[in-house]
Design a protein around this ligand. Structure first.
Ligand code: FE2
Length: 247
């Protein structure tokens, strides 16, 4: 990113950090990467991503962000068996405790995103068929305004349509997303929505209308999402440090 951040190295370090913590996290069902897997949709970047994330030996799922290329992504991950053969990259998977849904918000050539009618219908039918199990919904663009103007200008264009689908749900739903390089918590359609930090860098929390557009050089972290009678989401920072030390 602008030549200032060793993003590939940071991603490798994030995989190392997760690998070292897996024993603490016990039973992990899957890793979810909420978009902008590549900077420019290059298949070589997807190949590099796969080589790194597959070191975890866990199932993993991807959805496109505004920096991704839909068809390159479809081809690059086709063998994993969950990508649709055509149309938006929406998919779902049932785990023991919950359903996981990935939604495609990519508009080629634009920073902002949208859920088209096909994607909204896919979400509605997955929720309707969930048989009382909770649903974790992953998408790249956050369905809320975060307050940072330069990001809100490239947000999700039709949050109201998503809220309408969610408002009728009879099961607990949690939405997770990316894009913001910052952990924000908000509500949409009666459900909690949380954006994940980035492993590459963080965006400044600056709510002024004339805030400078840019990024900070420090790395962020990742989120853990768990179902235990309710969704529980935990921010894990990737930072230097030692411990645990006795109190
Ligand atoms: Fe993004």
């Amino acid at each position: 990113m602008s030549g200032r951040i060793p993003t590939a190295h940071r991603f490798m370090a994030a995989i190392d950090a997760i690998a070292q913590s897996l024993e603490q996290y016990r039973d992990i069902d899957a890793v979810i990467v909420t978009g902008d897997v590549a900077e420019d949709g290059d298949p070589a970047s997807y190949a590099h991503f796969r080589a790194e994330i597959e070191r975890l030996n866990l199932d993993y799922f991807v959805i496109p962000g505004n920096h991704d290329h839909r068809e390159n992504m479809r081809r690059s991950f086709d063998d994993l068996g969950y990508m649709p053969k055509s149309g938006p990259l929406n998919w779902s998977r049932e785990f023991a405790d919950f359903h996981l849904v990935g939604l495609d918000t990519l508009i080629p050539g634009q920073g902002g995103g949208v859920l088209d009618t096909q994607s909204l219908a896919f979400l509605a039918s997955t929720i309707a068929d969930s048989n009382g199990k909770p649903v974790l919904v992953a998408m790249h663009h956050p369905p809320f305004q975060c307050g940072v103007h330069f990001m809100d200008r490239i947000g999700l264009k039709n949050t109201d349509a998503l809220a309408e689908v969610l408002a009728g749900a009879q099961v607990e739903i949690r939405l997770i997303c990316g894009h913001l390089h910052c952990m924000n918590v908000s509500m949409v359609g009666g459900s909690v929505a949380i954006s994940a930090p980035s492993t590459a860098n963080v965006f400044p929390v600056d709510y002024r209308a004339d805030a400078p557009v840019g990024f900070m050089t420090q790395s962020g972290g990742y989120m853990l999402h768990d179902w235990d009678g309710g969704f529980k989401s935990t921010y894990v920072e990737i930072a230097d440090g030692t411990g645990p030390h006795p109190f």
